[in-house]
Design a protein. Structure first.
Length: 101
């Protein structure tokens, strides 16, 4: 078994759910997360009086267990899917599961 973890911006939720369905992933868990990106430039030396310099985005995270054979195919197909989506912001990871109940 493998653990699939995928994170994307809220706007791609439906697209990723459709992709999972096409790949035979029929059950998964999802939860909302706050993505934070810190600015690449150093902040102004006077600081920011109104709060953080980091910007946040509404994101969604998915995780599910999948079969070993399905894991490799899913990552390959996701890379094809990302090529067809401009500015695609989907990250996906496959982790080995050694034990479980």
């Amino acid at each position: 078994m493998k653990l699939l973890v995928a994170v994307t911006v809220e706007e791609y939720r439906e697209k990723l759910e459709e992709f999972f369905s096409e790949q035979g992933v029929n059950s998964f868990n999802e939860f909302e997360v706050n993505g934070v990106r810190k600015p690449e430039k150093a902040p102004h030396r006077a600081g920011n009086w109104f709060g953080s310099n980091a910007t946040s985005t509404s994101s969604i995270a998915f995780f599910t267990m999948i079969q070993d054979e399905q894991a490799d195919k899913l990552l390959i197909e996701l890379s094809h899917c990302k090529k067809n989506m401009p500015n695609c912001n989907i990250q996906a990871y496959i982790l080995n599961i050694e034990n479980g109940l």
